[in-house]
Design a protein around this ligand. Structure first.
Ligand code: IFM
Length: 471
């Protein structure tokens, strides 16, 4: 599976070659991460890296519209060029392979592959066919997300995720993609982080399409989950050999004190962030305390919807970044109480690896039918600079090491975790934060599009090379 990483090792920075940091990154001998079948890869998403928004028949997405509105995205950035991956994909695949990364999670831009009447756009489809075929040639396992937030604008013009019909249009899109790409995709994820699409897009307006209404958020969430449920059997029929799943962002909420009220607040936080997604998928019902929190926000659910949504999954993708410390709030059940003196990233997010372990082990207890898990995103943003051709992203190295250790602990506690994807392969368009926040293990100079492999990626590659040699 892994490729010859010699291209990277020839250029390892001196300190890595000498060993100290490298030795400290390498997992202990008894770590489950040494298992050859534990997939280690990296992830990206279409709008965040592709650019070429007006090329080869791509239609506008809600993010093109939203980012063009002054004040919506930091520094007025847009994804119009991004990492120019649409033109540089071949070199980017070489880079991925040279790092020895075994898996690549990418997403398809819905507005690139079909028009408003559902007619396929051959040029857009061919881009993904070339990309996926090349990844297969390189022996890289492919995880493809159908929807990572770039809804075609023509669908938003008809109500977007507030319109039930969008769920059926999504199933048509899944049908086209799985007929066209069958055989090149190892795992399909229907949606990335429906919580974010619903709450940031329709609940508080921080993301496209920029609407802010609690009732909108819950209805959008229901339609997103319905879209997922409608797509799963379509994917199964068209591409039976692949795995089918969905990607959820999960949040750890810990109580600010031992008081019963704060304990309840932390519970409600996790209901709102986690059970809101996982209960409908795995239990076929919405958690009722959710609507007690926000009376009157129940979505309209039609007969049969919950059965559709809870279609069996082959895998569950989990994205984890930070924890939130919460206290009781008379009005809404919980409020965020940021802790002082804790380690934070460029996003201001607290670094809290135990949260990943604790959530995963908790899910195993709560959901008797928990499918195999892939950590489909984990990583951090830092203000990385290139100095003498190198990027010393020390905090990220430590972050990754500690989160991988948390994954190992969860596996040892009995959770079936099959792989881990770094977010992200390269610095990219971080939504409302534009290009300022750098999540990549590869640095991108946006003025030249030069890629520079950061120290963290070198160390991951070194570990993968060592693991391959031991196999
Ligand atoms: O960049 C995003 C990604 O698109 C979805 N998950 C969280 C990442 C970091 O914010």
């Amino acid at each position: 599976m892994a490729n010859d990483a010699s291209a990277v090792f020839d250029t390892l920075s001196p300190a890595v070659s000498r060993g100290s940091l490298a030795d400290s990154f390498t997992p202990p001998a008894d770590s489950t991460l040494w298992r050859k079948n534990f997939l280690l890869g990296a992830a990206t998403a279409s709008y965040q890296i592709e650019g070429a928004v007006n090329e080869d028949g791509r239609l506008p997405s809600i993010w093109d519209t939203f980012s063009a509105i002054p004040g919506k995205v930091l520094a007025g950035d847009t994804g119009a060029v991004a990492c120019d991956h649409y033109h540089r994909w071949e070199a980017d695949v070489e880079m991925l392979a040279s790092l020895g990364l075994e898996g690549y999670r990418l997403s398809i831009a819905w507005p690139r592959v079909m028009d408003a009447a559902g007619v396929p756009n051959r040029k857009g489809l061919d881009f993904y066919k070339r990309l996926l075929n090349r990844l297969k040639e390189k022996g890289i396992t492919t995880f493809v997300t159908l929807y990572h937030w770039d809804l075609p604008q023509h669908l938003e013009d008809r109500g977007g995720w507030l319109n039930r019909d969008t769920a059926y249009r999504f199933a048509d899109y899944a049908d086209l993609m799985s007929r066209e790409l069958a055989g090149t995709v190892d795992a399909w994820a229907t949606l990335n982080e429906p919580w974010c699409s619903a709450y940031l897009g329709y609940g508080n307006g921080h993301h496209a399409p920029g609407l802010a209404n609690d009732r909108f958020a819950t209805q959008a969430m229901h339609h997103l989950l319905l879209a997922h449920g409608l797509a799963v059997p379509v994917l199964r029929a068209n591409d039976p050999a692949s795995q089918k799943g969905i990607v959820a962002n999960i949040g750890r909420g810990t109580p600010n004190s031992d008081s019963a009220a704060d304990q309840r607040a932390a519970h409600l936080f996790e209901v709102q962030h986690n059970a809101w997604i996982l209960d409908p998928l795995l239990k076929g019902s919405y958690p009722q305390d959710l609507f007690e929190l926000w009376p009157g926000t129940e979505p309209l659910v039609l007969d049969g919807d919950m059965q559709t949504i809870s279609a069996p999954l082959d895998f569950l993708g989990i994205n984890y970044y930070f924890r939130t410390n919460v206290a009781s709030d008379g009005a809404h059940g919980f409020r965020d109480v940021p802790l002082e003196g804790v380690e934070r990233t460029q996003m201001g997010w607290e670094v809290y690896p135990d949260g990943l372990r604790d959530l995963l082990t908790g899910f195993k207890k709560t959901y008797h039918n928990l499918p195999p898990i892939y950590i489909t995103e984990n990583g951090m943003a830092s203000d990385d600079q290139v100095t003498d051709g190198h990027v010393e992203d020390t905090q990220r190295i430590s972050f990754l090491k500690r989160h991988l250790a948390a994954v190992d602990q969860a596996i040892k506690a009995g959770v079936d975790i099959r792989g881990y994807f770094l977010w992200s392969l390269m610095d990219n368009f971080e939504w409302a934060f534009g290009y300022e926040r750098r999540f990549g293990v590869v640095h991108v100079d946006y003025s030249t599009q030069k890629r520079t492999i950061k120290r963290s990626a070198e160390l991951v590659a070194k570990f993968l090379k060592e693991r391959k040699a031991r196999a």
